[in-house]
Design a protein around this ligand. Sequence first.
Ligand code: GDP
Length: 194
Amino acid sequence: MYTTAVSRFPDVRFMISAAAPAQFPEDAGVEVAFAGRSNAGKSSAINAITQRRALARTSKTPGRTQLLNFFELGAGRRIVDLPGYGYADVPDRERRKWAPLIDSLRPRDSLRGLFLIVDSRRGLSSADEELISWAQGMPVHVLLAKADKLNRKEGAEVLRAASRVIASVQLFSAHAGTGVDEAQRVLQSWLADS
Ligand code: GDP
């Protein structure tokens, strides 16, 4: 489906689920954070971008959903999968759990950018915009996920609306393969910039 002849990330491996900053990998090399509301399509996006069927399933293992999951894409190049944040009814409780952990990620020298996964049918939420603020000073790239659920006109409208908030944004579908190549190129360019 989204496999290409040559894998861009041939040596992907799960590193660690970190519950505290002391468990973060050494702050060396480069890493890119992935964030999004629960159910936005983040795990599917990570799997599609890394061309692994079930890499990010690890992040959904009970007990690991509130942790920071680190994956190595190659020597000294990492993805950090942030906890999915909440449904509208429990934002504060959810946020209190993960906020201190991701706040301690932010100052790392190796952190080069944020991929924000947004359900294209919902658009950017206030929690998404909080993450964009968290990332201030660093590039942010938004994936408008599940774009296969939109028709062309709806896709164009969602893209236009999101572009008013964030410059680097694209339509994406893990299922249809839409935009996978573009997302891989952005990720690769950030990870190459060491
Ligand atoms: P996460 O909670 O953000 O990690 O989201 P998941 O990747 O687990 O996806 C949540 C739900 O959305 C699952 O039922 C997926 O099958 C579905 N989903 C994810 N990506 C796509 C997509 O590109 N298209 C469609 N139609 N559904 C998707």
